[in-house]
Design a protein around this ligand. Structure first.
Ligand SMILES: *Cc1c(COP(=O)(O)O)cnc(C)c1O
Length: 235
């Protein structure tokens, strides 16, 4: 299937998943944003996605993103998100390119992004990554409301950051249904955080769900899904 056909299929699956979403207790928008994850795919593919109605691309590595960003700079219609892990020494470049950084997982990194953003007079939108499944191979802070709230308060005191929500990656299961408790847990942490009314914080994005599990994630409240393979094929 073409990139365009894949996107149409995903959009229709999203609409169906939304009809199965549990009503009540939802603080997040009903409108689900598709982040087209373009890591390891050339900019030709990015343009195909753009022409098919995608306006947010997700990249994993700053270096790869920078190469594409410089070539695509004319494409003002595109918004760039960083979905992969960020090293503090790349914070400056990240702040220059990305409208949203999904992967903030330490005070040290938050400080580095805040410093870089201050230098260019930007308020950088970020998400906190939570390692809900607590796998060693995954980044993110521990999945407890206390730690999440402490980190959110820390971020709220940094003037050039704006915390906009939470992100997680579920483990890969053959049956996506097994990822459901992971998504439920992130939504629970999100709702807990919303109730705390932390100042300078605007919680609106719940970034969870990838190609093999985004339908389950949306049923559990995701309003940003990060899809690579499902749009562009196997890397
Ligand atoms: C690669 C990646 C995705 C997309 O994964 P697919 O399975 O190809 O949809 C989403 N989020 C992150 C953080 C990734 O690294």
């Amino acid at each position: 299937m073409s990139v365009k056909q894949n996107i149409l299929q995903i959009q229709s699956d999203i609409s169906l998943a939304l009809t199965r979403r549990q009503p009540g207790g939802n603080f997040v928008s009903e409108d689900v944003k598709i982040i087209a994850v373009t890591k390891n795919h050339p900019i030709e593919k990015m343009i195909e996605a753009l022409d098919a109605g995608i306006h947010i691309v997700g990249e994993n590595r700053v270096q790869e993103a920078k190469m594409k960003y410089d070539q695509m700079n004319v494409e003002k219609r595109l918004s760039w998100h960083l979905v992969g892990h960020l090293q503090t020494n790349k914070a400056k470049q990240a702040v220059e390119m990305f409208d949203l950084i999904h992967s903030v997982d330490s005070e040290r990194l938050a400080l580095a992004i805040n410093n870089a953003a201050e230098k260019v007079d930007k308020r950088q939108d970020i998400l906190v990554q939570i390692n809900v499944s607590e796998e060693d191979s995954k980044h993110g802070i521990v999945p407890a409301l206390k730690e999440t709230a402490e980190f959110a308060v820390f971020i709220s005191q940094l003037k050039n950051l704006k915390l906009c929500g939470l992100m997680t990656m579920a483990p890969f299961y053959d049956n996506a249904e097994e990822a459901r408790p992971v998504f439920k847990e992130l939504k629970r942490l999100f709702d807990g955080l919303v109730l705390m009314n932390i100042p300078n914080t605007e919680l609106k994005w719940l970034s969870m769900g990838m190609t093999h599990d985004y339908i389950v994630a949306i049923e559990e409240g995701a309003n940003m899904v990060r899809i690579g393979t499902g749009i562009f094929g196997v890397r």
